[in-house]
Design a protein around this ligand. Structure first.
Ligand SMILES: *Cc1c(COP(=O)(O)O)cnc(C)c1O
Length: 410
C-alpha cells in the first residue's frame, strides 16, 4: 500500500481505501460524518494487536499492566482492562473511573506523589495496591488501617540511584519528587513493618519513551538488583516486583521501532534470577504509550488556506488546544513534526510544502512545520498519527474557548 504521509508511517494499523484513510475497515469521511470532527479515533484492534505481540514476545510469567494516564477514556480503559493483567492509576479520579467500569480494585496499583488522605482511604477500601512514595503516606495508611477493616496493601516506590539512558523522560537517578530514595528505603520498610501494613513489594520506575532496547534492558536488570538488595530489609516476602516501563514508540523521521527481542531475552534471565532470589515474587512491567499510542489518530479539518510570503498555511479547526503533544509543547526538547497526512488525498502525489496550524492566536499552535504533502483545500481532513497517548487528556482544551474534540473507540 502506498500512502502519501509525511513522517514516520505506522502503516500496519491503517488502510488506504481509494485514497481515503480507513481505520478498523471504516473510511475516515464516514467516521467523521458519524461522530463529528475534530476527533480522536482509537482503534481497539490495534490495541489488541499490540498487546498480543508483546505477550508473544515476553516471557509468559511477566505481568503486564496498563498505565491509565496515557489514555483515560473510559472505553479505552475498559478495552485495555480486558487485555492486560492490571491497571496502574495515578489519581483518585482514575481509580473512580476504573472502579465504575467494574475493574476490581485488587487489579490496580496506585502511584503518584501527594496522594491525599481521601485518595488513600478510597484505595484501601477498594483493595488497591498503594505504591507508597513518602513516610507521610506510610503514616496516613497506618492511621487508616486502624479505623478501616482490612490492612492497606503497599509496595514501596523506590527512587533508584540509576537512570534510564537514551530516554524521552527521566524519572529516576537524581533528586526527584517521585518515590523514596533507595538509601531511605530500609527505614521505610521498617516503618511499614511497624505499622503492620500488608507489604507486597517494590515499584521501581526510571523513565519513559525510550527506543533503546539496550537501555531498557539495562534499567530492568538494575531494578532487579536493587530490589534483591532492598528485600533484605523487607518486613515480609516480596510478592510483586514492578520493574517499570519506558517502552517508547516512533514519532519522528529516523525513529525505529523498539526491538523487543533484546528486552525479552533479558527478561527471561531476570525472571529466573527472581525465581531463585525472591521466590514467589511476580515480575511486572507497566506501559502506557506503547500499548495505546499507535492506536490513535487525531483528525481535524482544513478551514482556510493561506499563503504568506510564499509559505503555504493550512489553517484547521484543531490544534494545540486539542493536541498539545503534536505541537511539541509536551515534554519535547526540540520541536519535531508528528506524522501527518491529508487523510482524503492519500493517493495524491506530495507536491507542496505546507505548514498545518490551528485557530489559536499563538505561533505555538503549529501541528506540522513545513511538510511535503499533497495539495490540500478547504474542507480536507488532516490526520495526525501516533496520537493515542497523552493527546486528549493532556491538552489545554479550554484555552481560547473553542469546542472540545470528540473521541471514539472504533
Ligand atoms: C507515566 C507513567 C507510566 C506510563 O508511561 P508511558 O511512557 O506512557 O509508558 C507508567 N508508570 C508511571 C509510574 C508513570 O508515571
Amino acid at each position: 500500500m502506498t500512502i502519501s504521509i509525511a513522517g514516520y508511517c505506522p502503516i500496519e494499523y491503517v488502510d488506504n481505501d481509494g485514497g481515503v484513510l480507513a481505520l478498523s475497515g471504516q473510511r475516515i469521511d464516514g467516521l467523521v460524518a458519524k461522530y463529528g470532527a475534530p476527533i480522536y479515533l482509537y482503534q481497539a484492534s490495534a490495541m489488541r494487536q499490540r498487546v498480543a505481540e508483546l505477550r508473544a514476545c515476553l516471557p509468559s510469567e511477566v505481568l503486564l499492566s496498563y498505565a491509565v494516564k496515557a489514555n483515560p477514556m473510559p472505553e479505552v480503559i475498559e478495552c485495555m482492562a480486558s487485555l492486560v493483567d492490571g491497571l496502574d492509576i495515578a489519581s483518585g479520579g482514575e481509580m473512580t473511573t476504573a472502579l465504575e467500569l467494574g475493574v476490581a480494585g485488587e487489579r490496580m496499583s496506585f502511584a503518584g506523589p501527594a496522594k491525599s488522605e481521601q485518595e488513600l482511604s478510597q484505595a484501601v477500601g477498594a483493595g488497591v495496591l498503594v505504591n507508597v512514595e513518602s513516610f507521610r503516606e506510610i503514616a496516613v495508611l497506618k492511621r487508616l488501617s486502624r479505623t478501616m477493616s482490612g490492612r492497606a496493601r503497599v509496595a514501596v516506590r523506590v527512587n533508584p540511584d540509576f537512570e534510564l539512558k537514551a530516554a524521552g523522560m527521566r524519572m529516576g537517578g537524581g533528586p526527584k519528587q517521585f518515590g523514596i530514595d533507595a538509601d531511605q528505603v530500609p527505614e521505610a520498610l521498617r516503618a511499614i513493618g511497624e505499622a503492620e501494613l500488608a507489604f507486597e513489594g517494590f515499584h521501581i520506575y526510571w523513565g519513559s519513551q525510550s527506543l533503546s532496547a539496550g537501555a531498557i534492558a539495562d534499567a530492568q536488570s538494575k531494578s532487579v538488583d536493587l530490589a534483591i538488595a532492598l528485600a533484605k530489609s523487607a518486613p515480609g516476602p516480596v510478592r510483586m516486583l514492578n520493574i517499570g516501563g519506558g517502552f517508547g514508540i516512533p514519532y519522528f523521521p529516523g525513529d525505529a521501532r523498539l526491538s523487543l527481542s533484546e528486552i525479552s531475552a533479558n527478561l527471561v534471565k531476570l525472571e529466573s534470577r527472581v525465581r531463585h532470589e525472591l521466590p514467589g515474587a511476580a515480575l511486572k512491567i507497566e506501559l502506557g504509550r506503547y500499548l495505546v499510542g499507535e492506536a490513535g489518530v487525531y483528525v481535524c479539518r482544513v478551514v482556510d488556506r493561506k499563503i504568506s510570503k510564499g509559505q503555504v498555511f493550512l489553517i484547521t479547526d484543531g490544534g494545540l488546544h486539542h493536541h498539545l503533544a503534536a505541537t511539541g509543547n509536551f515534554g519535547q526538547v526540540i520541536r519535531r513534526n508528528y506524522p501527518v497526512a491529508i487523510a482524503n488525498r492519500l493517493n495524491d502525489p506530495a507536491t507542496e510544502t505546507a505548514s498545518i496550524v490551528g485557530p489559536l492566536c499563538t505561533p505555538l499552535d503549529l501541528l506540522a512545520d513545513r511538510v511535503l504533502l499533497p495539495r490540500a483545500e478547504e474542507g480536507d481532513l488532516i490526520a495526525v498519527f501516533q496520537s493515542g497517548a497523552y493527546g486528549y487528556s493532556a491538552s489545554p482544551k479550554d484555552f481560547l474557548g473553542h469546542p472540545y474534540p470528540r473521541q471514539a473507540l472504533v
